[in-house]
Design a protein. Structure first.
Length: 227
């Protein structure tokens, strides 16, 4: 258990920068799961002074044993799998069977959730209102919209991005179905297949994706949420 927690902390420690949580608003969100892969991120933070949710705060009322989270590295490879066990409604590390209910999921971290039958996922906690800055690796960084409301591509600010750095969005088989790229000359976002402008298009609440950056030491910032 201790080894697993250290692994997760080391993996994400440099990924997300967030000011102290200032919201006093609590709530919950029920997401519809499709059978197959769901690329998503938690939409709340922990209660009180806790900065992150834990696996144990995530409920899957219709879940089947071995429904699972898949965690990725900067090459896009799965480096950890956390599975659900329906008998006790708890989460465990697939490789070691170590309990994972108390392990934190850093704000903004995206993952694939593999559901055998579909159904729903219920996440509850405190609404994050502060801006969230995501530090990007050279390669793939899995992250997502950390708010329970949609944001637009054009509302995101960045440091250090270059043309053709890009978001990759996935279907239920885990295949890329849309790529949205950055054009540095006008600091805007475009659809890779059609060159259609994407600044005004939304990123749904909790939507996860991979971001492919050509350089290290760059970042994307989600704007503070106004309630």
């Amino acid at each position: 258990m201790k080894k697993t927690m250290i692994t997760l902390a080391a993996m994400f420690a440099a990924t997300v920068t967030m000011a102290a949580v200032t919201s006093q608003v609590v709530g919950y969100n029920t997401s519809t799961l499709v059978a197959g892969f769901n690329c998503m991120t938690p939409m709340f933070v922990g209660m009180g002074t806790a900065a992150n949710l834990t696996f144990g705060t995530i409920k899957v009322p219709d879940g089947a044993s071995y429904d699972q989270f898949q965690v990725f590295d900067s090459t896009g490879e799965v480096i950890q799998t956390v599975y659900y066990w329906a008998d006790d409604q708890s989460w465990y590390d697939f490789a070691t069977d170590a309990p994972m209910n108390d392990v934190e999921i850093p704000v903004g971290t995206a993952y694939f959730f593999s559901s055998q039958n579909g159904g729903s996922m219920v996440v509850s906690g405190q609404v994050l209102t502060d801006s969230v800055q995501v530090s990007l690796a050279n390669g793939f960084t899995p992250f997502g919209n950390p708010y329970p409301v949609a944001v637009t591509f054009g509302s995101l600010s960045n440091t250090g991005l270059v043309s053709y750095d890009q978001f990759q969005l996935f279907d239920t088989t885990g295949e890329v179905i849309q790529t949205v790229y950055y054009w540095a000359d006008d600091q805007s976002w475009y659809d890779f297949a059609t060159d259609a402008p994407m600044n005004d298009e939304i990123i749904p609440a909790g939507q996860g994706f991979f971001f492919s950056a050509q350089n290290a030491d760059c970042s994307i910032t989600f704007p503070a949420l106004v309630l």
